[in-house]
Design a protein around this ligand. Sequence first.
Ligand SMILES: Cc1cc2nc3c(=O)[nH]c(=O)nc-3n(C[C@H](O)[C@H](O)[C@H](O)COP(=O)(O)O)c2cc1C
Length: 316
Amino acid sequence: MSIKKLNLVNETILAPLTDFNDHAFLLLCRKYNASLLFTQKYNVNALINKFQKFEDELKTYKNEHPIFIQLIGNDPQKISRAIELLESFDYDGYDLNLGCNSPNSIKNNIGGSLLRTPAKIGAIINKMVQSTNKFVSAKIRIGFDRYSINALEVAKTIEKSGADFLTIHGRTVEAGYSGKSNLDIIKYVKENIDIPIIGNGDIIDGPTAELMKKYTKCDLLMIGRAAIGYPRIFYEINYYFRNHKSLKCSKNLYKKILIEYYLLLKKVYPEKIQNLSFLKNKITQFIRPKLCRRFFKSAILEQNTILGIENLILNE
Ligand SMILES: Cc1cc2nc3c(=O)[nH]c(=O)nc-3n(C[C@H](O)[C@H](O)[C@H](O)COP(=O)(O)O)c2cc1C
């Protein structure tokens, strides 16, 4: 299926970020011009065995579209079953995680561990494509370790198996987040396959987004860590593409973004937000201390009531 059918409004995409991509954050990223959203990864075994537990958080909101749900697993039948359960949830597509480097993923041979067995990846993607009429994509790293860089082989397998596009994070699984994202390999894969490529890794502002785009010639750009607590990054990158100027964010402006996030949390999670530790966790993982007044984070953590936190945020 052509990616054009997604009608993306620009090239900047929010990465899947476990624990961070709650619906308030997703909605805010769309508002600040992320053209496509990915949920965090969902383990297909957990989804199948405890579907009811996830039902609430899996609901999508009208303003989130286009949005893909990311799945992690290695059994084509189970992934197919998970897709069957998810079909009514209105996601625009399904993404397969082929990059997770957590010890658990390696132990269970899911995520980045699967890069060692491209044929297995092909079987999974094939089954995903057979299981839905929606988009199917995958997110890979460039190889399992520095001795087994096989991004092109994996990308070709994914393409041949019917996926609509592919994200490449330019590091190996072994590297985790160390070193730099390898743009040469993203470029090499882009030159040698036909499905659209999303370049990922180390985009933090307009100039780094432009470098990824111009150097690798990738079709789209994915932003992860730079969006955490800072959904305005998408607006800033798109502004840079148009005007070749970098925007700055004042503390006053950041306060407005924080308030927007808090109000969305209240709207989207009216019950959970009554739980003090949930709220503290969400707010403290969101805030960028450098953009807040001194000791703002500790002040949030010291609060004993929801109202105390609300007052701090609204009057920051
Ligand atoms: C906190 C955190 C959670 C992440 N969760 C996921 C995930 O659920 N699925 C996934 O494919 N990648 C995940 N990633 C990797 C990012 O999607 C992205 O590939 C990586 O951070 C590199 O991009 P960046 O340099 O823009 O951050 C995660 C990264 C971070 C920092």
